[in-house]
Design a protein around this ligand. Structure first.
Ligand SMILES: [Zn+2]
Length: 171
């Protein structure tokens, strides 16, 4: 699943200057480490939610190497439109999970969402709502099945997303 693989579906807008400007091609050493069962939860949520866009939170830790996922928390998408480049994570869901994590040593480290029949590439809207320091995995769901997953994080100038290598942990 390399960042350069040809997506099954790629609407024209993903090749527009506006969309291309969202991606910073510079490589980074940061790693997104995630246990297999957490990847499965994201995949199943994306496939079950198709053709709607689903979203949720990543719980874990951040260290010098990048992000370490411990748990996946699906959260309601308040945006009920079909648009594949829009999602609105329920703030109440966020606050509840944030509260539950107090004192556990774990924190919210990112947000995942699906792109129904679209590539696992970020949109200008995704960049507009992205927080520095968070990991943003995007799951491409085509015809109801996951075809790709890519992880993104904003660069140091917060001007674009860099692709983050996903390291699946089979324990
Ligand atoms: Zn998106």
């Amino acid at each position: 699943m390399s960042a350069t693989s040809t997506p099954l579906y790629e609407p024209e807008r993903f090749r527009s200057p506006e969309y291309l400007a969202v991606i910073d091609q510079q490589a980074t050493d940061a790693l997104f480490q995630i246990p297999s069962h957490c990847l499965s939860i994201m995949r199943e949520a994306g496939e079950a939610g198709y053709p709607h866009e689903i979203c949720g939170l990543l719980v874990g830790t951040i260290n010098n190497h990048g992000w370490q996922v411990h748990d996946i928390k699906p959260v309601a998408n308040l945006n009920e439109e079909r648009a594949a480049d829009r999602f609105q994570l329920d703030p109440a869901g966020y606050q509840q999970i944030d509260r539950e994590l107090r004192g556990t040593g774990l924190e919210i480290i990112g947000v995942y969402h699906s792109h129904p029949d679209c590539p696992a590439k970020p949109s200008p809207t995704d960049l507009g709502s992205a927080w520095e320091g968070f990991a943003y995995p995007i799951i491409s769901i085509c015809d109801g099945l996951m075809t790709d997953i890519q992880c993104w994080a904003v660069n140091t100038s917060a001007s674009a997303f860099q692709n983050i290598e996903i390291k699946e942990q089979t324990i």
